[in-house]
Design a binder for this molecule. Structure first.
Ligand SMILES: [Zn+2]
Ligand SMILES: [Zn+2]
Ligand SMILES: [Zn+2]
Length: 283
């Protein structure tokens, strides 16, 4: 039970995590050698008697042991979209593992369609492990403990489902969770904004966890097929952090992103920063 909502960062990596299966790059080898691991992007929110999870990765066991919560206490799961690292922990709630019942599963209707079209995931709903709850884009959902969640639609590869960012508001502050989108140009255009800061200010955002998958356009041979705004582009659009600007931290970092091993890049983010696993924010 908490008096104010508390957000905890449970993972900061892209869907594959770091180290990344099948990869022997300098970063993956160095993380393995030092027993380091970055889990796929996910956050928890404790609010009153409820414990919310935004996106659910296969690493839920390690995330919960490392960051001090009991996954059996989870009351609500919110899904941004259908790509692997955001949903591949859903099965852990079922009979083969935790065997929970009555956990509220908040998704868009397109995402729920995807879940219902997969026999294995559909069974989790049919057997009462999850109770489906469909949210609408741009319609705030009020929860217990002074918490509200606003699903904000963003353009992202939609071969499986649509994609939403979540604006999480508590009595004091708000946190925006945007792990995946394709291009700032498209996202800002969709919301009729010219600048990232203006968009975040229009939403009254205090802390923003934003897509930092790649550092630049030259990390992967097939990068054009998996668009994400690069950190370089984000920094260019943001400029140096001003006193009244929101606190923007990068998440969803791919193993190919040199920021993971280059201290100099990390220190030179013009006042913005890289999110860290285990960090908490009081809302
Ligand atoms: Zn992702
Ligand atoms: Zn690697
Ligand atoms: Zn994605």
């Amino acid at each position: 039970m908490t008096d104010v909502p508390i957000v905890k960062i449970l993972g900061t990596a892209q869907d594959g995590g770091v180290p990344h299966v099948g990869c022997f790059c300098e970063t993956c080898v160095s993380f393995h050698d030092n027993a380091g691991q970055l889990y796929p992007t996910s956050i928890s929110i404790a609010a009153g008697e409820d414990l919310h999870l935004i996106d659910v990765s296969r690493e839920l066991d390690r995330q919960s042991r490392s960051f001090g919560f009991n996954p059996r206490d989870i009351t609500d799961v919110w899904i941004t979209h259908g790509h692997l690292g955001h949903v591949d922990g859903l099965g852990l709630f079922g009979r083969e593992v935790m065997g929970l019942r009555g956990v509220r599963l908040h998704t868009s209707s397109a995402m729920m369609k995807m879940i219902r079209s997969s026999p294995r995931l559909r069974y989790l709903l049919d057997s009462g492990v999850f109770i489906g709850s469909i949210f609408q884009s741009n319609v705030e959902v009020k929860m217990e403990g002074g918490l509200s969640v606003l699903p904000v639609p963003v353009p992202h590869r939609d071969e499986l489902s649509d994609t939403h960012a979540f604006l999480i508001r508590g009595p004091r502050r708000s946190l925006f969770h945007l792990p995946d989108h394709d291009r700032w140009e498209l996202t800002l255009g969709k919301h009729k904004q010219d600048s990232i800061i203006d968009w975040l200010k229009s939403l009254n955002v205090d802390i923003a966890l934003v897509d930092g998958t790649f550092w630049n356009e030259e990390e992967l041979p097939s990068q054009a097929e998996i668009p994400h705004p690069t950190i370089q582009e984000s920094l260019q659009r943001l400029g140096p952090r001003g006193v009244n600007d929101p606190d923007i931290r990068f998440i969803h970092i791919n193993h190919s992103n040199p920021i993971l091993i280059d201290e100099k890049l990390r220190k030179d983010l013009s006042g913005w920063s890289l999110a860290e696993q285990g960090e908490t924010f009081i809302l």
